[in-house]
Design a protein around this ligand. Structure first.
Ligand code: HEM
Length: 559
């Protein structure tokens, strides 16, 4: 009897555990579905990257690990009968809550505050003046001195709260609600509001509430699949390879970044306008440089005016007006050409073409979104690619392994990446590890809309919090020997935070990753990359960039 009793209770436990698992999976699926539905609109469904390009739910210390790829999501939705699904959900929500409250690990800050939540006033306050270009180092210094949460007084008695722990990032994103608030780009909002004949809305960067939602809904549509033809995007990388070869100096060296910028301009042109923009041609290519310059200046002014809205505001705004007027005038011309062309012959590719032909938004909104796409991509992707090349240049073994993989996919020097089917997992790991160690941005921000407990402190609703992804990625508590470049530990689920979170996550994530995998694989396939200079130091001008030009040596590979 005892044995039967034990057996019964064991099987009951198993059943219970199974139901709980289903409920847990179901719940986690739903969370992911919400994100995925948005992301799927902007993602290709190609096998070569989907496996890594997922939104995993992964609690620390491997407590709960659920990896949810697109394909699994489809299975869950198709296979579960809706009523069963509803019933199961209702039955299990309570059980899941009880269960999860029991298995949830203790908060990371429990040793500091074992029996209470600390007040907002107790958060250590930092008051020093600092160089905004060195913000990652300054923030890391605060973390090391004061811990995972610090507050910085701002104007009008307000505070910015700086966060350095992944668990707090997750808490913030999970509390986001339908209209996440990111406090930045005010200067762009002002510029666009002063030009109501050209802009119906301020855009995705500064937009909030229903205004932001309106544009983001347009961006959920098919036009925003951001799916350039493989052929054209690979042509652009091939052009990059050729232009690198013809611009190596007599020592075989080159400053890659300006060429990577041009490539980024060309690539976003392919997806947004379905046009080649001549940025990688041997002549008449200066326009791309000027556009990149205008976007870099805009970024710097956004960063400076967000951190310090009072100093030299008028001068900075004047510079921004010049840069943005130029940016608009160039894109306007492309758009006018496209409008003329599609009147003669409909075109099915290109964000602009699809938006104009579907009539799904006003012309002003279409141009605003296209400007936001250009702006989002011109710095982030090239800077990440540059840092990936810097790291492989300093790690011969890693480079050799990546080249071996690239050769399997592209056996000949002129083989096409997209014709090959061999996976490029190691190359992808190099990209993820680069995003960990040298992300193009330091992190993200949110104005929280609920009272939250962050790092054991009570933080009131409507506080601006800064999520320091870069600092968190460089700590021993999260990664062993964090300053070493080790692709083998690539960690896509956490690295996803570099793209922000919730339903406001980066619109270009899938596009960015695909571009990065492509360019890293092709350049490594075509060149041996080396670097024997000092370790480079970085500055931040909204994006992290090398303080001085980074010169790499690239030796073309013969076959
Ligand atoms: C490595 C490359 C990139 C990184 C690290 C990155 C990072 C980010 C981050 C952190 C945000 C804020 C998201 C949030 O608030 O949750 C964001 C927003 C955005 N990104 Fe990216 N991004 C990258 C590439 C791109 C590209 C290639 C594009 C365009 C094709 C793009 C377009 C945008 C846009 C339009 C937004 C505003 C989204 C909104 O507020 O609704 N990004 N990005």
């Amino acid at each position: 009897m005892v044995k039967v009793g034990k057996l019964m209770s064991c099987s009951k436990q198993l059943c219970f555990a199974y139901v709980l698992q289903l409920a847990a999976v179901d719940k986690l699926y739903k969370k992911n579905i919400e994100r995925e539905e948005e992301q799927q609109e902007i993602t290709y469904n190609e096998s070569d990257t989907d496996d890594k390009d997922t939104y995993d739910t992964k609690e620390n210390n491997n407590r709960i690990v659920t990896t949810t790829g697109h394909r699994h999501l489809h299975i869950s939705r198709i296979e579960l009968i809706p009523t069963y699904n509803d019933l199961l959900h209702k039955l299990c929500v309570g059980a899941w809550r009880t269960f999860s409250s029991k298995v949830t690990k203790e908060p990371y800050w429990i040793a500091k505050f074992p029996d209470r939540i600390a007040s907002f006033d107790e958060i250590p306050t930092v008051t020093e003046k600092y160089n905004p270009r060195k913000v990652p180092e300054v923030a890391e210094g605060w973390f090391k001195k004061y811990g995972h949460v610090v507050k910085e007084p701002m104007q009008y008695g307000k505070y910015n709260v700086h966060l350095f722990h992944f668990d707090d990032f997750r808490t913030v994103y999970r509390s986001d609600g339908d209209f996440p608030i990111r406090q930045s780009h005010y200067v762009i909002a002002q510029y666009r509001q002063e030009r109501k004949n050209l802009y119906d809305h301020v855009g995705l960067g500064p937009g909030q509430g229903t205004e932001w939602r309106h544009l983001r809904d347009i961006a959920r549509g098919k036009a925003f699949a951001l799916r350039p033809s493989k052929e054209k995007s690979e042509d652009a990388v091939d052009d990059l390879v050729e232009i690198i070869k013809s611009n190596l100096n007599d020592k075989g060296e080159i400053e890659l970044l300006p060429w990577l910028h041009r490539w980024a301009f060309e690539s976003i042109g392919i997806v947004a306008l379905n046009r080649r923009l001549n940025a990688l041609a041997k002549s008449n290519n200066e326009l791309a440089d000027k556009m990149v310059e205008a976007s870099a200046l805009t970024d710097e002014i956004i960063a400076l005016t967000t951190m310090d809205p009072t100093t030299m505001y008028d001068e900075r705004y004047k510079q921004l007006v010049e840069a943005q007027d130029f940016f608009y005038s160039v894109l306007r011309k492309y758009i006018d050409d496209i409008k003329r062309d599609i009147e003669l012959e409909p075109e099915s590719d290109g964000v602009a073409q699809v938006l104009f032909q579907s009539g799904s938004c006003t012309e002003n909104d279409a141009i605003t979104l296209i400007m936001d796409l250009f702006h989002g991509s011109l710095q982030t992707v090239p800077l990440t690619a540059l840092m990936a090349f810097y790291h492989v240049a300093r790690h011969g073994g890693i480079q050799a392994e990546a080249r071996e993989e690239a050769k399997q996919r592209m056996p000949k020097k002129d083989s096409r990446y997209f014709d090959g089917t061999e996976p490029v997992d190691y190359t992808q790991s190099i990209v993820y590890e680069t995003l960990r160690l040298n992300p193009p941005i330091i992190g993200n921000g949110r104005v929280i809309q609920k009272d939250l407990v962050l790092g054991g402190y009570s933080v009131p609703a409507y506080t601006n919090v800064l999520l320091h992804f870069q600092v968190a990625c460089r700590q021993e508590e999260n990664y062993k020997e964090p300053l070493k470049f080790i692709p083998e530990r690539a960690d896509p689920s956490r690295i996803t935070y570099v793209f922000g979170g919730s339903n406001r996550m980066c619109l270009g994530k899938a596009f960015a990753m695909r571009q990065l995998f492509l360019v890293v694989a092709k350049v490594i396939r075509n060149f041996e990359i080396s670097y024997d200079g000092d370790e480079i130091s970085m500055i931040n001008q909204m994006h992290n960039k090398p303080e001085k030009p980074l010169i790499l040596r690239l030796k073309p590979i013969d076959e």
